[in-house]
Design a protein. Structure first.
Length: 200
């Protein structure tokens, strides 16, 4: 067998394996949105992906591997809005509003899957571990950047940081949306809460 044929076969095998992994991840993500990670079974992932259960286990030996792959795929397919342009705004209130409004629109668009993930992470350590790395750390850095712009000192700085973190939280948006509040109004309310924390 020539080396060229061997290379072709290896490439074809790698492409087939990548396609199998993609189908498994997409099946898992679909189930996470429909019923949540805690109610997602390997048997149902395999059925939707058109593979055997053993194939799922071979590609993703534990829950952390699968959740990490799902998180990466979800962020590539439907990333949260990039706050970088907003962070260039000088006025801290306008900067916060410019972050919150698109974030709240993203929450609304992804409400079902976000609620399932946030709910189930409380009972699934592997999911919580992945979400801490993929989401929580980024939101913590964002909260720090937004809060620092208000220039509060001492205990008031902690209050501002807490208010900004509250404003960025999915459950804050969920509570305000449940009250029938538009995303723009919800953002205004939370900007007002942060201003109050800053003593403005």
């Amino acid at each position: 067998m020539s080396s060229q044929i061997r290379k072709y076969e290896l490439k074809a095998r790698a492409e087939k394996q990548a396609e199998t992994r993609r189908r498994i991840v997409e099946a898992a993500l679909s189930l996470h949105e429909d019923v949540g990670p805690a109610r997602t079974t390997v048997a149902e992932i395999a059925r939707r992906a058109g593979v055997q259960r053993l194939t799922v286990y071979n590609n993703f030996p534990d829950d952390t591997d699968l959740f990490d792959a799902c998180g990466q795929h979800a962020m590539e397919k439907n990333p949260p809005p990039d706050p970088t342009p907003a962070l260039g705004i000088d006025n801290p209130e306008q900067r916060l509003r410019a972050v919150l409004e698109p974030l709240y629109r993203w929450y609304r668009k992804n409400a079902r899957s976000s609620e399932n993930l946030q709910r189930d992470r409380l009972v699934m350590p592997a999911l919580d571990k992945v979400m801490r790395i993929r989401m929580d750390q980024q939101f913590a850095h964002l909260a720090n950047a937004l809060a620092s712009g208000f220039g509060a000192k001492g205990p008031r700085a902690k209050a501002v940081r807490a208010a900004v973190a509250l404003a960025l939280d999915f459950w804050t948006w969920r509570r305000l949306a449940a009250e029938g509040t538009s995303d723009e109004t919800a953002a205004s309310l939370m900007v007002g809460a942060v201003k109050a924390a800053a003593g403005d």
